[in-house]
Design a protein around this ligand. Structure first.
Ligand code: EPS
Length: 389
């Protein structure tokens, strides 16, 4: 049985983007409207450029699904590019600092950055969102909810209620164009983006993803490769333009003594059926992960996105043909893609959670996965009840 995994293919102005998802059990209902809703959310957000006015990122499921239910076979997903002009697109000789242009041209021994930028472009994230949205169809059936939102744009920081549930966070986020769950930060964030646009500049930010409803014990401390915290950091850190990832308190844990970091434990039988199985924590500084495993608390992952490297004002660069100083090339781009990146982060986290979930509970069919899951929960709830623990 294949491990849940996916690959992507496609260039920004090629014919299409492709995601190939392997290892999904048979019997998972796929809600295409829900998948497309995520695709459209990725295309939106205040600060996007002209490309999204051209594209309509609906997915076509080419294989692996019959009558809206997975077959267990590989799922090939296609997103057609309307702006398909890769053969006519002009060469790019003046690399943009911060983009893949220079490093890629030196790597593939060419003076034309086009060959690199077509694949390095964040357009590829459309395929990751498609794969993540399909993986979420599995998580949905187990009540595992994932919500991503923007917590910072430029100098504006949002404050999010640490006790808010997934539904409340999602409702607050969906009520504005910067996908922020703090209504008071929305206007100042939009002002940051407008100011960057006026200055022919770009602006970055921070996104947060929370996972609610995941039981303990997903991931493992036995092999470093299986630690769920490291896997989530890899998935989020591998999004285009991401430069740092943290879990729970993250980098701010360095300033605190241990007594202000580690989440104290008590047991409340009323919460026996909750994801924490009754083991309540007085805080969630660990961001739901201890020892590389879920602990039943919400998982909290944040990632920082640098400002987009395509600046209307250009940056000092050189021509790869003449090696003389030139301003960097301008390619149509976004002023701020942090809202879109929150959708991508949500998708890659969802995929990683689904993969780790299937490693613990996996089977060929959804029915087998559910049986393993319920057996585990019953055994975990019974812990300590037999022979005095
Ligand atoms: C993007 C599509 C791209 C860019 C952007 C994201 O389309 P185009 O280059 O045709 O305008 O708008 O890519 C980048 C920010 C980048 O640095 O490459 C998309 O669909 O998300």
């Amino acid at each position: 049985m294949a491990r849940l995994d996916y690959r992507t293919a496609g260039e920004s102005h090629g014919q299409a983007l492709i995601a190939l998802v392997e290892g999904m059990p048979a019997g998972v209902p796929i809600n295409l409207d829900r998948v497309n809703a995520e695709m459209h959310r990725r295309q939106g957000g205040y600060g996007r450029g002209g490309r999204q006015k051209i594209e309509q990122d609906d997915v076509t499921l080419l294989s692996g699904v019959r009558q809206s239910v997975t077959l267990g076979s590989p799922i090939a997903i296609q997103i057609a590019n309307k702006d398909f002009r890769i053969d006519e697109a002009p060469p790019v000789h003046r690399p943009r600092p911060g983009h893949a242009d220079l490093a890629g041209s030196l790597k593939w021994l060419t003076t034309d950055c086009r060959g690199t930028l077509e694949r390095a472009s964040a357009r590829e994230t459309a395929a990751r969102v498609a794969a993540g949205a399909v993986a979420r169809c599995l998580l949905d059936t187990f009540g595992i909810e994932i919500v991503g939102f923007v917590v910072r744009i430029g100098k504006v920081q949002a404050e999010v209620d640490p006790t808010a549930g997934a539904a409340a966070l999602r409702a607050a986020r969906d009520a504005n164009d910067v996908y922020c769950a703090d209504p008071s930060a929305v206007e100042p964030m939009i002002e940051q983006i407008k100011a960057a646009q006026l200055a022919r500049d770009t602006v970055g930010g921070i996104v947060e993803v929370q996972v609610h409803g995941l039981c303990p014990g997903v991931g493992s401390c036995l092999r470093w490769q299986d630690r769920l915290d490291g896997r989530l950091m890899h998935a989020v850190g591998a999004i285009q333009a991401f430069k740092g990832v943290e879990i729970g308190l993250g980098f701010s844990a360095a300033e605190r003594p241990g007594s202000e970091v580690h989440d104290e434990i008590d047991f409340d039988p009323v919460l026996r059926d909750a994801p924490c199985l009754g083991f309540r924590r007085r805080s969630n500084h660990a961001g739901g992960l201890e020892g590389g495993m879920s602990n039943g608390q919400p998982i909290i992952v944040r990632g920082v996105m640098k400002p987009i490297s395509t600046l209307l004002q250009g940056r000092a660069s050189v021509s790869l043909v003449t090696r003389r100083p030139e301003r960097s090339d301008y390619e149509r781009s976004d002023v701020c893609a942090v809202p879109a990146a929150s959708v991508v982060a949500e998708a890659v986290v969802a995929f990683e959670i689904a993969r780790a979930f299937l490693e613990k509970f996996g089977g060929d069919t959804l029915c087998e996965v559910r049986t393993a899951y319920e057996q585990y929960l019953a055994a975990a709830r019974a812990l300590g009840e037999r022979a005095g623990g």
